[in-house]
Write a protein that binds this ligand. Structure first.
Ligand SMILES: Nc1nc2c(c(=O)[nH]1)N=C([C@H](O)[C@H](O)COP(=O)(O)OP(=O)(O)OP(=O)(O)O)CN2
Length: 169
C-alpha cells in the first residue's frame, strides 16, 4: 500500500511512501446465536474456512492491496479527481491521516459490517496491522468505536460501516 501523513507527523511521513502491511484477524463464534457454536458432531465446522475467509480476502486483495491511502482533506484527492478519475477506486479515503491506528479501527468496523451481512456466524476478536517490522497496531475485541474519529455524517455514509467493497464515500 501507499500513504502519506500530512497532519503533523514529519516531513518524511508527508512524502507518499509505501509499506508491505500484513493484516491479521482473529475470529470467534458469532453473536447471533451463541448456541450455534456447539459443533454438530457431523461436519463440525462453525463455517467452512473458505467461506469465512473468502469475502474478507476478496475485499483485502481487490481494494486494500496496492491502494493509496489518503486523508479526506489531502489535496492529492482533488488531483486524482481531476487528472486520473479512473483511479479513484484505488484510493482509501480516511477521516484524518491514514495511520496504522486508524486503519486498524476502520478495518475492524468494515469486517464487523461484512460478518453481520454474512449472518453474524462469526465475530471479530482482534485485528492487527503490521506496518513495518517495528510498527504493529493490535485492537483487541470487536468494537472499534472508542478509537474511530468523530464524523458528522451518518454511519451508512461512512464506507467503513458498509458491507460493500467501498473504500471512500
Ligand atoms: N503512531 C504512529 N506513528 C507513525 C505512523 C503510524 O501509523 N502511527 N506511521 C508512520 C509512517 O508510516 C512511517 O513511514 C513509519 O514509521 P517509522 O517507524 O519511521 O518507519 P521506519 O520503517 O523508518 O522504522 P525504523 O524502525 O525506524 O526503521 C510514522 N509514525
Amino acid at each position: 500500500m501507499g500513504h502519506r501523513l500530512i497532519a503533523g507527523c514529519s516531513d518524511r511521513c508527508a512524502i507518499p511512501h509505501g509499506h508491505n502491511e500484513y493484516i491479521s484477524v482473529t475470529l470467534g463464534a458469532g453473536p447471533a446465536n451463541p448456541q450455534a457454536a456447539r459443533l454438530d458432531g457431523q461436519a463440525n465446522m462453525l463455517l467452512p474456512f473458505a467461506e469465512a475467509k473468502g469475502r474478507w480476502h476478496h475485499f483485502i486483495d481487490t481494494r486494500m492491496d496496492h491502494a493509496f491511502q489518503l486523508g479526506e482533506k489531502d489535496p492529492l484527492l482533488q488531483w486524482f479527481a481531476q487528472n486520473e478519475p479512473s483511479r479513484l477506486d484505488r484510493l482509501v479515503v480516511t477521516p484524518g491521516d491514514p495511520t496504522t491506528e486508524l486503519l486498524a479501527a476502520l478495518l475492524m468496523a468494515k469486517l464487523n459490517a461484512i460478518l453481520k451481512a454474512q449472518g453474524d456466524r462469526l465475530t471479530v476478536r482482534a485485528l492487527e496491522i503490521r506496518e513495518t517490522p517495528t510498527n504493529t497496531v493490535r485492537l483487541v475485541g470487536s468494537d472499534p468505536a472508542p478509537y474511530l474519529p468523530a464524523v458528522t455524517r451518518p454511519p451508512e455514509a461512512c464506507w467503513w460501516h458498509r458491507a460493500d467493497d467501498s473504500t471512500r464515500d
